[in-house]
Design a protein around this ligand. Structure first.
Ligand SMILES: [Zn+2]
Length: 297
């Protein structure tokens, strides 16, 4: 059975070469080392589609509207007239509740579908007033959240896939190497028709302009992705990696960038999906078509 993984990375754009870009000169960051105006060979036969995150709306692209667009296929900045930072407002929540990828796949009878990330008990005990686009999408579709027992049993991955952040907070879980985390995520992908995984430390590092953290984290993120791809059966699986806006690729500025983001597609249907991906609105329709068989190649 064919399956799709949407691997969302917050704050990853296609930057230029130079000392402002932590990917430039950093070894071991394939497949993420992609530079403007350079033809890049992506490992595991990945196909790169530079993707517009501005979507015709002035200003810097932001997380709430960008993630809403990725997860629904609707141009959220155009719908509300601006790029919305942080967490979705009511207008974006309405779009997510009605049109999220999870809702669309459920309606089409695609099952099982999974959100691979892990939530801690603290999140449910003191639930924040506003939640991320992904959290809202998962809740609206009636999917269950993974918690620490799922992580320990190998059924989930934490957003910091090494679990180091969890251990710092006093949770009793084991550290995972990037390779172990990649294998775990590959197993989850193989057991579901559609899986979403999201990673957002990249955006935090970009805002902090933290070169040391970038040098430490980016090679681990790349190793995680390479192991994931090595463990997947790419004859059956499609992996779509994308981002909501640029940030970490330019550490000379604290803000998000106007750069295109890299959508990288691996496995089944990669050429077709990449060739049709121009902006963030194209991600969800590609996944729905892939899984419902509306387009076959
Ligand atoms: Zn940000």
């Amino acid at each position: 059975m064919e399956n799709v993984l949407l691997f969302f990375i917050d704050g990853l754009g296609i930057g230029t070469r130079g000392p402002h870009n932590p990917f430039d000169g950093l070894e071991e960051v394939a497949p993420l080392a992609i530079f403007q105006a350079e033809r890049t060979l992506v490992p595991f036969d990945g196909v790169l589609a530079p993707t517009d995150a501005c979507m015709g709306i002035a200003g810097r692209p932001q997380s709430a509207s960008g993630q809403t667009t990725i997860l629904t296929g609707i141009n959220a900045p155009a719908a509300i007239g601006y790029h919305k930072q942080g967490f979705p407002n009511q207008a974006l929540l309405d779009i997510i509740r009605e049109h999220s990828i999870f809702v669309q796949l459920k309606k089409a009878g695609i099952h099982p579908i999974a959100f691979a990330n892990t939530y801690t008990r603290a999140f449910f005990e003191s639930r924040p007033r506003w939640v991320s686009a992904t959290t809202a999408a998962v809740e609206a579709a009636g999917l269950s959240f993974n918690t620490l027992p799922d992580l320990i049993a190998g059924r989930a991955v934490y957003q910091d896939f090494t679990n180091a952040v969890l251990i710092e907070r006093g949770e009793e879980v084991n550290l995972r190497t990037p390779a172990e985390a990649g294998e775990c995520l590959a197993n989850i992908v193989a057991q579901n028709r559609f899986t979403l995984y999201e990673y957002f430390i990249t955006d935090k590092i970009g805002h902090a302009q933290d070169r040391e953290a970038a040098n430490r984290v980016l090679p681990m993120l790349a190793r995680f992705i390479r192991t994931l791809l090595a463990k997947l059966d790419l004859e059956r699986s499609t992996v779509i990696l994308t981002s909501d806006h640029g940030n970490i690729e330019d550490l000379s500025v604290r803000n998000h960038t106007l750069n295109p983001v890299p959508t990288i597609v691996w496995g089944k249907g990669r050429e077709m999906i990449a060739s049709r991906t121009r902006s963030l609105v194209d991600i969800t329709p590609a996944i729905v078509e892939r899984l419902t068989g509306a387009v076959r190649n």
